[in-house]
Write a protein that binds this ligand. Structure first.
Ligand SMILES: [Zn+2]
Length: 246
């Protein structure tokens, strides 16, 4: 049995397949991540391939068969193609990093409508230059970490349960997470986290805005999130998009 599905989707990845076709990875509104084939998509005359291009938000119709790894795309319409992102190198780099983490941290055919909405919203923020691309990426990465079940506990000390104060020093290790300054002084095996870095992570987690962030703190924040995911998901290899564009 195959069913016809019409869905909004973001194109996460596009690869050549055979001499004539393309394989794409989509993140769909109601079906989660889906791999699909665009038959004839490598032909310069393929209108479908222009629409089903990386980063685009599309409305796609595909034939879904559970037993098949690749679904078949029959048609697609463009909803948004984000020209401001594509014309700016830094926006492209961090938006591609968004696509990459969605691709690598979600499971095929596992629906998450909140994640789809969050993905579309962050691409709109990139397009409208709402904040620096590096901060938008960090916001999305923190959201995705929560959505994939690895929520970062950042409000209370992992040791004594006291509220953590973003203005004071904190400690961190993999098993206890963040601990307060008092516990940091009385316990070993924790690394001290720079207070600017912690404040940044705290704001990401609590969806607050922060002015005057240094690029160094933002980079450290993204590296910290990357390391956090590596600690929890050993298969995660890090974010290639952030190196590719350096
Ligand atoms: Zn404590």
């Amino acid at each position: 049995m195959s069913e016809i599905i019409k869905s909004k989707a973001v194109v996460l990845e596009k690869m050549n397949y055979s001499d004539s076709s393309l394989i794409v990875t989509l993140y769909t509104e109601h079906n989660g991540k889906v791999s699909a084939i665009v038959k004839g998509g490598r032909s310069p005359k393929s209108k479908l391939a222009l629409v089903v291009d990386i980063l685009n938000l599309i409305e796609v119709i595909f034939y879904k068969k559970e037993s098949r790894e690749l679904q078949i795309i029959s048609s697609a319409d463009l909803i948004a193609h984000y020209p401001n992102i594509k014309s700016d190198l830094d926006s492209t780099k961090y938006a591609f990093a968004v696509l990459e983490v969605v691709r690598n941290l979600t499971i095929e055919n596992e629906s998450n409508n909140r994640l789809f909405k969050g993905l579309v919203r962050i691409l709109e923020h990139f397009e409208n230059r709402k904040e620096l691309p590096s901060i938008l990426f960090a916001r999305f990465f923190m959201f995705l970490i929560t959505e994939t079940g690895y929520e970062m506990m950042i409000d209370k000390c992992g040791n004594c349960g006291k509220d953590l104060n973003p203005d004071s020093g904190v400690g961190y290790n993999y098993s206890a997470g963040f601990i307060c300054e008092d516990c940091l002084h009385s316990h070993s095996g924790f690394e001290k986290i720079d207070s600017e870095l912690f404040k940044f992570l705290y704001c990401l987690k609590n969806k607050k805005f922060l002015n005057g962030l240094s690029n160094k703190t933002i980079d450290e924040g993204n590296s910290f999130l990357e390391r956090y995911v590596k600690d929890h998901i050993p298969d995660f290899k890090g974010i290639q998009s952030l190196f590719m564009f350096k």
